[in-house]
Design a protein around this ligand. Structure first.
Ligand code: B12
Ligand code: SF4
Length: 493
C-alpha cells in the first residue's frame, strides 16, 4: 500500500489505434487511517468523461491502487489519459514518460493540471484544463485528425443536466465496496481558503443534475448502497429536499458530504433519513470559531455543533466528522480536546487532516508570503504531513499529534465510548467500526485478492434491510403524530 508498482524497461506491444487507456495513478496510503476508504467507492474523475468516447474507440480503465500491478501495455494504447492530483503527480509523470517513450499519446487532466500547468506540460502531449466531459470528445477528434493541441480549456458553467451518466461498466466491480459513486452537484456555497475550490482560475458555480437523473443512475447500477462524492450535497436545501423525494422510493441507502448548516432545517434531516441516508461526512474542520472565520467558512457557532450532531443521531444518521489540525489558533492541546469532543458526542467515525496549503489557493499564498512553506515536495501534500510551519507548535509536534489522535480514535476504548445510545444499533456499529478501523491487514488481503465487494455486499445488504425497516417505523410514527396534534415527534425508533 506504500510503493507504486515498478515500471520496468519492457518494450511494450504495438500501438493499437483507437484504443484509449484511462489511468488513476498509485498513491501511498496513510497507515494511520483506514485502508478501507480507498476502496469504498471509485473516483469519478475518469468515468465521468469516459461515456463521451465515440463508439469506434475502445476504452479501458486501470486503477493502480487496486494492487493488480502496473497498467497494461500489450498492445500499447494510442491514447493514455491520466488524472493528476498533486499527491500522485510524480507517479503520473513517470507513467506518462514511460508510455510516451513507446509512442502513446498522453493526455493529463484533473486538479493539479489546473493549479500547476507549467509543471505538468513537459510530461504530456496535451493538457485538459477543466471539465473533461466537454474536452474528451474534442481531444479524440483532434487526435483522429492529427491535430492535437497542447492545451484544451473548458469551464464548469454548462448545464449539469446535459452531462451523461458516468460509464461505470468499465470499473472492476469486485474491487470496491460499491461502484455507485454518485455526483448530483458540483461546487459549494462556501469558498474556504484552504479548499481546492478556492484555487485561482477555478470557477465552479453550484450546478445540479435533475434529481430523477441521479435516482436513475442509482437504480441502474444495481448496488444497495451509494456514496455521493459531491463537495457539499447540502449547499442548496431546496434541491436536497427534491433529491430526497426522488431517492426515497428506491429503498436503498446512501451517504454524502454535507455542511453542518443543513441542520438549520430539521425537516431536511428527516427527509434525508426517509430517503435512505445512513451517514454524513461533515467538515467541522475545527472546534475554534476563530480558525473557522480566518478560513472564511460560513458555519454555525461551534458551541452549537453538539446539538446539531444529536439531531442527525436522532434520525439514525451516523456522523463522520472531518477535522483539520494545525490552524493558527491550534495549540498543543488541540488533539486531546478534539478527541474528547468526538467521544463526548459519540461521532461514529472521524477523519483528520493536517492543514495543507494546496498550490494556488489563498492559504498557500498567505503561507508563502509569511515564509512558512517548508518545501514543495507535492507527494507530501497528502494531509498526513506537515508541509508548513504551524503557529503554536513545531511541524514534528503537529505530525505526532495527528498520528496520536488517529490511534486514540481507533482504540478499543474509544470505539466503545462512542457506541450508539440505542442498544439495537450497538452490534452493527461495533462490527463496522472494527472492520473499518482496526483491520488494515485484512483490507490489504481483500484488495489484493479482489474480494472487497464479495465480503462487504452481504453486510451492506443487511444494513439496507435494517434501514428500510427503520424508515417504515419512522414514517408510521410521523403519520400517527400528524393525526394527534400536540405530540412531540421523536425519531428514536
Ligand atoms: C472520491 C475521492 C477520493 C477517493 C478516491 C481517490 C482516488 N484518487 O481514486 C478516496 C476516498 C480514496 C480519496 C482519498 C483521498 N483524497 Co480525495 N476526493 C475524492 C472526491 C470526494 C471526489 C473525486 C471525484 O470523483 N470528483 C468528481 C470528478 C468528476 O471531478 P474531477 O476529479 O475534478 O474530474 C473532472 C475534471 O478535473 C476533469 N479530469 C480529471 N481528470 C482528468 C483526466 C483527463 C485525461 C481529462 C481529459 C479530464 C480530467 O474531468 C472531470 C469531469 O469534469 C474529491 C472531492 C470532489 N468532490 O471532487 C476528493 C479530493 C480529490 N481528495 C482530496 C484529498 C486531499 C484526498 C486524500 C489525500 C485525503 C487523505 N488524507 O486521505 C486521500 C488520498 C488520495 C490521494 N493521494 O490523491 C482532495 C484533493 C485536493 C487537491 N488539491 O489535490 C479533494 C479535492 C477533496 C478536498 N476538498 O480537498 N479521495
Ligand atoms: S465547505 Fe467544504 S467543500 Fe465547501 S469550500 Fe469549504 S472545505 Fe470546500
Amino acid at each position: 500500500m506504500q510503493v507504486a508498482p515498478s515500471l520496468r524497461d519492457e518494450a511494450g506491444g504495438p500501438i493499437q489505434q483507437r484504443y484509449a487507456l484511462l489511468i488513476n495513478p498509485f498513491y501511498p496510503k496513510d497507515a494511520n487511517a483506514s485502508f478501507g476508504k480507498h476502496v469504498l467507492t471509485p473516483s469519478l474523475a475518469l468515468t465521468s468523461f469516459a461515456e463521451t468516447t465515440p463508439s469506434h474507440w475502445r476504452v479501458d480503465y486501470w486503477d493502480e491502487n487496486l494492487l493488480d500491478g502496473r497498467p497494461p501495455f500489450c498492445p500499447l494504447p494510442e491514447v493514455v489519459a491520466i488524472t493528476v492530483h498533486l499527491t500522485f503527480a510524480k507517479r503520473a509523470f513517470d507513467l506518462a514518460d514511460w508510455y510516451r517513450a513507446r509512442g502513446s499519446k498522453v493526455i493529463f487532466g484533473g486538479l493539479h493540471v489546473l493549479s500547476c500547468p507549467e509543471e505538468c506540460a513537459p510530461h504530456a502531449d496535451s493538457l485538459a484544463l477543466g471539465d473533461g466531459v466537454q474536452l474528451w470528445p474534442r481531444i479524440l477528434r483532434d487526435i483522429e485528425n492529427n491535430a492535437l493541441q497542447p492545451r484544451y480549456l473548458a469551464t464548469y458553467e454548462n448545464d449539469y443536466c446535459d452531462d451523461p451518466a458516468p460509464r461505470r461498466r468499465i470499473l472492476p466491480r469486485h474491487s470496491f465496496l460499491t461502484t455507485t459513486s454518485l455526483i448530483a452537484t458540483r461546487g459549494c456555497h462556501n469558498r474556504c481558503g484552504f479548499c481546492y475550490l478556492a484555487t485561482d482560475g477555478l470557477r465552479m458555480p453550484y450546478r445540479m443534475k435533475h434529481p430523477q437523473q441521479v435516482a436513475a443512475e442509482f437504480e441502474e447500477n444495481d448496488e444497495p448502497y451509494a456514496v455521493f462524492i459531491d463537495n457539499n450535497l447540502g449547499s442548496r436545501r431546496d434541491y436536497l429536499h427534491q433529491l430526497c423525494a426522488a431517492l426515497r422510493p428506491l429503498k436503498k441507502i446512501w451517504s454524502a458530504a454535507v455542511t453542518i448548516d443543513v441542520t438549520d432545517d430539521p425537516s431536511l434531516i428527516r427527509n434525508m433519513a426517509l430517503a435512505g441516508c445512513t451517514g454524513v461526512f461533515i467538515g467541522f474542520e475545527s472546534l475554534s470559531d476563530q480558525n473557522l472565520s480566518d478560513s472564511n467558512k460560513k458555519t454555525p457557532k461551534t458551541a452549537d455543533y453538539a446539538r446539531r450532531v444529536r439531531m442527525m443521531h436522532d434520525y439514525g444518521i451516523q456522523v463522520n466528522g472531518s477535522f483539520v489540525l494545525g490552524f493558527d489558533h491550534d495549540r498543543k492541546d488541540v488533539f486531546a480536546r478534539t478527541a474528547e469532543w468526538i467521544e463526548e458526542n459519540r461521532l461514529e467515525c472521524s477523519t483528520f487532516h493536517i492543514l495543507t496549503p494546496y498550490p494556488a489557493t489563498p492559504l498557500f499564498r498567505q503561507m508563502e508570503a509569511e515564509g512558512r512553506i517548508l518545501h514543495k515536495d507535492w507527494t507530501l501534500y497528502d494531509t498526513g504531513h506537515a508541509v508548513f510551519r504551524p503557529r503554536h507548535m513545531t511541524p514534528e509536534e503537529l505530525e505526532h499529534g495527528y498520528a496520536w489522535i488517529y490511534q486514540r480514535l481507533f482504540s478499543h476504548a474509544s470505539i466503545w465510548r462512542r457506541r450508539p445510545t440505542d442498544w439495537h444499533a450497538v452490534a452493527p456499529y461495533l462490527a463496522m467500526s472494527y472492520l473499518y478501523k482496526r483491520s488494515n491487514r485484512f483490507w490489504h488481503l481483500l484488495i489484493k485478492h479482489d474480494l472487497v465487494h464479495a465480503v462487504w455486499r452481504p453486510l451492506v445488504e443487511i444494513t439496507r434491510v435494517r434501514h428500510v425497516a427503520y424508515r417504515n417505523k419512522l414514517a408510521e410514527r410521523e403519520l400517527a403524530v400528524a393525526g394527534a396534534p400536540g405530540q412531540i415527534v421523536s425519531a428514536g425508533v
